[in-house]
Design a protein around this ligand. Structure first.
Ligand code: F6P
Length: 363
């Protein structure tokens, strides 16, 4: 078969490991040939292709980013965009397409499948918020980077008697914040799933410092929300600007700085903010992610040869399985309540509201 491959949306450590596994098993076991579509759906829309063979994938296993590059292009938003993609796929004699991406990329894959094309998906996001799969590759690497940063920030916070607020990625869910916060021993963890009361955050920090601790680490997901800013639909994150990408997303970021000011004002503790940002997406994938990504890649090429069209590879109970693309879309995978209980179990109950309303912890 001739198979097209693309990577869409934000990049993520492990994308190259998936591409490598797809190409190697495709060539060695099925006699396939491949074509790369450059820069996500833009490559299909604009017919920008590149060679994808054994030579091209040699040596890419430990490399971050994606050799095919990526973009947040949404052909469905453009006049005749889906038909133009279909025409370009046929022009390249592509029998099937593997789309690596998050829910945005998968939504376009689903449109092509519904139009009759042979498409399968591989889930990707450091945010780990795609429903239908237990873990996405790239998440482990991002958590490692954030945890190392928290460890480092501990020592400087302690030296200066400071509170340090660490802003991590996580648009709709707080997986990176929760995992890195737990692994790094953060004193407060704030996630989008549980809007927080700034007074309770300040109270938690004052309580900890009254016990003789003179520094604190607060981990906040970029999409976390101040309870007092929550609107009727429950969503009022801090945004950097209101411009939207082609999938309708505003740019998040900035909550860390605002939070640091509000904490300092309420507690009198000197407070600093650190925004980890895209550092979390860059660099070499962890060993865990290289293996997981390789398993996803092998799973995807096997799905192609079982003709499982319109499906996405997924990790369920440590098995790679396939699920309908439409089941993977729509719902965000939220941080597990049991994990939130773990974080809450480590610290005092504070505040007058039921403690399960907030993920605020303090020692
Ligand atoms: O990949 C998801 C994500 O990491 C979100 O957490 C974040 O909001 C977004 O990407 C930022 O992406 P970019 O700045 O590349 O558009």
């Amino acid at each position: 078969m001739k198979i097209g491959v693309l990577t869409g949306g934000g990049d993520c450590p492990g994308l190259n490991a998936v591409i490598r596994a797809i190409v190697r098993k495709g060539v060695f076991h099925y006699g396939d040939t491949f074509v790369g579509f450059s820069e996500g759906w833009r490559g299909v829309f604009d017919n920008k292709t590149e060679p994808l063979d054994l030579t091209r994938v040699a040596g890419i296993l430990p490399r971050g980013g994606t050799i095919l590059r990526t973009s947040r292009t949404n052909p469905a938003k453009r006049e005749g965009g889906i038909q133009r993609c279909l025409d370009n796929l046929h022009r390249n004699n592509v029998d099937a397409l593997i789309a690596l991406g998050g829910d945005d990329t998968m939504s376009v894959a689903l449109r092509l499948f519904e139009a009759g094309f042979h498409v399968i998906g591989v889930p990707k996001t450091i945010d780990n918020d795609l429903s239908g799969t237990d873990f996405c590759f790239g998440f482990d690497t991002a958590v490692e980077i954030a945890t190392e940063a928290i460890d480092r920030l501990h020592s400087t916070a302690e030296a200066h008697n400071r509170v340090i607020v660490v802003e991590v990625m996580g648009r709709d869910s707080g997986w990176i914040a929760m995992y890195s916060g737990l692994a790094g021993g953060a004193d407060v963890i704030l996630i989008p799933e549980r809007p927080f009361d700034i007074e309770e955050v300040a109270e938690a920090l004052k309580l900890r410092h009254s016990r003789g601790r003179y520094f604190s680490i607060v981990v906040v997901a970029e999409g976390a929300k101040f309870a007092e800013l929550v609107t009727g639909d429950g969503s009022a994150p801090i945004v950097q600007d209101l411009g939207r990408d082609e999938f309708g997303h505003v740019r998040l970021g900035g909550i860390g700085n605002i939070l640091a000011k509000e904490i300092e004002r309420r507690t009198g503790f000197e407070t600093r903010a650190v925004v980890l940002g895209h550092v979390q997406r860059g660099g070499s994938p962890s060993a865990f992610d290289r293996v997981l990504a390789t398993r996803y890649g092998i799973g995807a090429i096997d799905m192609i040869h079982r003709a499982e069209w319109g499906k996405m590879a997924a990790l369920r109970s440590n098995e790679i399985v396939s699920i309908p693309l439409k089941d993977a879309l729509g719902a965000t995978k939220k941080v597990d309540d049991r994990l939130i209980e773990v974080a809450l179990g480590l610290h005092d109950k504070i505040g007058t509201e039921p403690v399960e309303q907030h993920v605020i912890t303090s020692t």
